[in-house]
Ligand binder design. Sequence first.
Ligand SMILES: Cc1cc2nc3c(=O)[nH]c(=O)nc-3n(C[C@H](O)[C@H](O)[C@H](O)COP(=O)(O)O)c2cc1C
Length: 402
Amino acid sequence: MKILLGITGGIAAYRAADLARLLTNRGHTVRCVLTEAGARFITPLTLASLTGEACYGANPDHHEWRPSPSVEHIELARWADVVAVVPATANMLGNTANGLANDLLSTVLLATKAPILWAPAMNTAMWEHPAVRANLERLKAFGHTIVEPAEGMLACGEAGAGKLADIERIADAIRAVGSERLGSLRGKQVLVTAGPTREDLDPVRLLTNRSTGEMGIEIARALRDAGAEVHLILGGDMEAPFGIETMRVRTADAMMAACAELWPKMDGCLAAAAVADQRPQAIAAEKVKKADGPEILELVRTEDILLNLGKQKRVGVGGQWLLGFAAESEHHVEYASAKLAKKKLDAVFVNDIASGKAFGHQDNTLTPVTADGPQPPLGPLPKDQLASALVAWWAGRLGSKA
Ligand SMILES: Cc1cc2nc3c(=O)[nH]c(=O)nc-3n(C[C@H](O)[C@H](O)[C@H](O)COP(=O)(O)O)c2cc1C
């Protein structure tokens, strides 16, 4: 992706250097445009060194706009796949909200047709000022994306809202607005479940599993990037991705209830959560004490979420699609094919857990199994790339069916 990173005059400007490096390391081409005030906080040399590209705009060596035989603001505006202003000052938000173009960055912001993303950072009183709020509303109405600042200790010594959002979150938001959409998923309502469930035994003990939720979260991201409206039901502690409506749940029963509510409104569902098959029959209100002799834990079965969604799946015109996972240590294809038929799934992605790869951060391979039998495996790839490959594969199948 070609990312134009605008850097304006706030204390958080130094953090744009980390963002420029992160985006460059992820394979994007990053060009920076510094405002004159921004150049008082960070130098063009730092940004050019980190990105391997020229830094544009305010430059003590080249005056405000670099001498250029071409119309630099239009060239940059056309070059970018996405324009991100990080950090964004109250001043620059106000400029663009009101159509002002008095330096290179503000001119590019009016001239570009690329998606625009703002990550504001400022003192809490400035952030809460009605003029700033009104400018933000105008920018949103233009279709711009805002990565809301976090709460925390600010450089001015006050605590409150206005701290630049986390760099990883901003990078995720840039990916969300700048990615290429896939026709068969664009605008579709898609339910994704991810993460482990937790079944309490008493106030301090619980039954859970080794899933982190990473694979499901990466799939939610890839579906979002493809243009789907993703509704994520998430167990565990991982952070929710940018721009995805996320409902956090703890238990298998809570996940079932959340799925049942959303499913009728969805076009499709990808169930990647590792849902407990059993829960304790009773949850002790007080911490259970040690006792002599053997101790027996009474378990009851939880509801099978996929089976339930499959039973209620709409078929025919306007029908729904349902994708599941199977973590198998043996007879992978036979078990996956049986699951496909029993739960009315359109595809099952088989994870070979015998190698111990499915639950960690290592590269992983998934074999899709459909009614046509096993398909060529996806991977081995890191989970983020595997998720994109899975979504591209499914978008291709949906497209060929349409
Ligand atoms: C030390 C210092 C810190 C500043 N920090 C911020 C800030 O965090 N957010 C902000 O909106 N403005 C901040 N300002 C004010 C901007 O620098 C000022 O509005 C400037 O005109 C912004 O220009 P620009 O938007 O073209 O970069 C700060 C000013 C100074 C002197």
